[in-house]
Design a protein around this ligand. Structure first.
Ligand code: UDP
Length: 244
């Protein structure tokens, strides 16, 4: 076990702890969840364990396919060891099909296929409710350099290709997702997570969501949907255990 020291950050679904090695950190995946900028809170029993395994699967696959990322290894049921990056305070949203905030913004119905992949940037600032920004805002605010933005864009599109392809094989459509990146020893690494907390996954046959939208919109069977994604990806049948 790594020697955990202080908590560095606490997010919607995770806590991040420092270790004695300044280049590494431990991610602890929680069952707790928030939606609508914290207005709705709840618990998805076993989510922490499931997301830890899904992220291990995703990051391992992305490493094999040449997408540099923060993942080092899974430590136990709820924790993974990662490289300690300096998070770039801009999130990237990648969209293949209209859903969520985009449906509201452009007035297209959910499920409309987009003619090309849409990339969006948001400020990582919960107090401002993570507003949409464009590339000139990002450079004007010195949040990232043009080279860093170019690299984030390139990696985001590559993640889209890899994860869309992998999900298609298990009859799941990748609708959209959110990514975060960090700086680490002069490199840009994919950080944060790739899981049903940050991606819209729809069953390819029924178009039912298998992700956090089940919690956001009270669709029921939330735990089952997370377990289903893990099972289709890895064959793993988890008996969810509640977080202490
Ligand atoms: N997303 C996320 N964290 C957020 C907001 C969005 O992971 O704080 C993900 C969301 O699950 C979806 C994608 O980003 O896969 C696009 O989200 P959208 O802008 O439609 O916002 P939402 O409708 O989720 O608020």
């Amino acid at each position: 076990m790594q020697n955990i020291t202080d908590m560095i950050a606490e997010g919607k679904g995770k806590r991040l702890y420092a270790t004695e090695n300044p280049d590494e950190a431990v991610v602890y995946y929680r069952d707790e969840t928030f939606a609508f900028h914290g207005l709705k809170r709840g618990r998805i029993i076993g989510k922490g364990e499931i997301n830890n395994l899904i992220c291990e699967y995703m990051f391992t696959m992305l490493t094999e396919k040449g997408v540099p990322n923060h993942f080092i290894r899974r430590i136990d049921n709820r924790c993974s060891l990662v490289k300690r990056v300096e998070i770039i305070p801009v999130t990237v949203k990648v969209r293949n099909i209209v859903a969520g905030s985009l449906a509201k913004r452009i007035g297209y119905p959910d499920g409309t296929r987009l003619k090309n992949t849409v990339l969006e940037y948001c400020l990582k600032d919960p107090e401002l409710e993570d507003p949409l920004v464009n590339l000139t805002h990002i450079t004007a605010m010195s949040l990232a350099t043009p080279e860093e933005i170019k690299r984030m864009e390139e990696l985001s599109l590559r993640v889209n290709e890899i994860v869309s392809g992998c999900m298609a094989e298990i009859n799941i459509e990748l609708i959209d997702f959110k990514l975060e990146f960090g700086r680490y020893k002069g490199q840009i690494l994919l950080a944060d997570e790739v899981s049903p907390d940050t991606c819209r996954f729809w069953d390819a046959r029924t178009h039912e969501p298998l992700d956090i939208d089940r919690f956001r919109h009270d669709l029921g069977d939330v735990e089952e949907a997370y377990r289903e994604v893990l099972h289709r990806l890895t064959g793993n049948v988890l008996k969810n255990t509640e977080e202490e």
